[in-house]
Design a binder for this molecule. Sequence first.
Ligand code: ZN
Ligand code: ZN
Length: 553
Amino acid sequence: MSGTLRLLPLGGLGEIGKNMTVVEYDGRIVVVDTGLRFPAPDQLGIDLVLPDFTYLRERAADIEAIVLTHGHEDHVGALPFVLRQLDRAPPIYGGPLTVAMVRSKLDEHKLKDVRLQDVRPGDEIKAGPFSVEPVKLAHSIPDMFAYALTCELGTTLVTGDYKFDQTPVDGIPADIARLAELGRDGVLLLCGDSTNADRAGWSLSESLVGPQLEDAFSRCDGRIIVTSFASNIHRVQQVVDAASSLGRKVALVGRSMRKNVNIGRELGHIDVPQGILVEPKQIEDFPDEKLVVISTGSQGEPLSALRRMAAGDHRQVHLRRGDTVIFSATPIPGNERAVNETVDRIYHLGADVITTKDAPIHASGHGYAEEIKLMLNLVDPRYVMPVHGDHKRIRLHAELAEAVGVGPKDIFKAENGLPLEITESGARFGGPEQAGMIFVDGVDVGDIEDVALRDRRMLSADGIFIVVATVSEQDGRSVADPEIIFRGVPFIDDDAELVSALRDAVTDSLARSAADGINEISLLQTHLHDDLAEFVYRRMKRRPLVLPVVVEV
Ligand SMILES: [Zn+2]
Ligand SMILES: [Zn+2]
């Protein structure tokens, strides 16, 4: 007598990012990925967007394991926030690079005592009613694993992000043989990547990018600044190789770029020839034609090294005529405007720009339509649930499944919060669970410069609130009407109701702190800041700088 297998996506469907899938059997849970999303341009001042994981918080006692497909932020970025909210931390598994990247992230968040374990393809992870097997696939970061989760009802394959690259830079292609074996043994459900379901044919092999980069480099007389994803270690390898063969030194700029290259070198994923790396502060010591700078910021991220260079605000790299900035990446949907802005500022400084529109200097990490069909044919699943895509790509993935012969009734176009329930007698959607997004505001990691820049950005976009609260020294309760001063906050001038609601929010926040026995001024200010920032965002959908000042009498 077997039970019900439930597949509940908490993120990643109907959107790009924050991938998180709950796989549940007999009430026991394995979570595949805990990703985040970067805010949309209209979510000003929001730093990060996480899936609403209330479901996991309420079911913390039932979570057997968290398995991570790969180290990209849209798959692991929410982990520190999830762990902080679970009263019982489950063991976490991933490939060696994934685990190393996650460990460094958890350290930054000061999360200790986390059971983090690296696994290899073919290992067996015991997780309650599930036996979980990592399967090697290729993507734009090393150590990308799909997971085959087997319970008594059958096997679910969650692919993570993949492409079928026949000539990957590290020479380790997807384990096609294992996928076919799983298919022959019978796969109940396939949850596959839909990112490039709208692109016909096959994706470009990563190893074809290197020669194109070298070709582009050879036509540059001055400095070269290449920007790509910091986690695309194989791309960094190819930039290093091209620089090396043209006799140029390489400087790594941007905190995450330096961090990931270090981790990659330690694990043997990247091989940097002796003496080729130079420190960012030495950049001006080398002739222009002898230098390649590899930088973060390919997505126009506001605090990234490249964005600062473009703003003339980077300490080590001052862009000028003769420099060429090469974008070895395409903008993730939603980032186009920020990227275009960055490109235009670079032109303004007199430098040249090469993008993927000028030369094939980027290969996607996600398989195109024919690769998605290959996955479907290899795995030959009973049911299909496309994941990792907006509504359009999920539908296109469903059409590809139909094209290779999966019955339309066996294809489930899911949504975040909508669980697919499978029993011996069939599959159907169950009642919806809470899902959505939660926002993170505040830079609790990063250096002072990050904070200063962020404050300036918030000030310029949304203005400032200064809240002066007077509290009793004895019990921390508010003893006078809080004073609220604002400058440059749009739409507030004649909104007396909002100002009075803000006063109430201040009093409420102080009363809550008092009830919790908090009377240290810095803590009161922190809570006041968080509560007011949330209140203002809920009311105005804006993020002015909130500066609380608490005075004790
Ligand atoms: Zn990825
Ligand atoms: Zn992804």
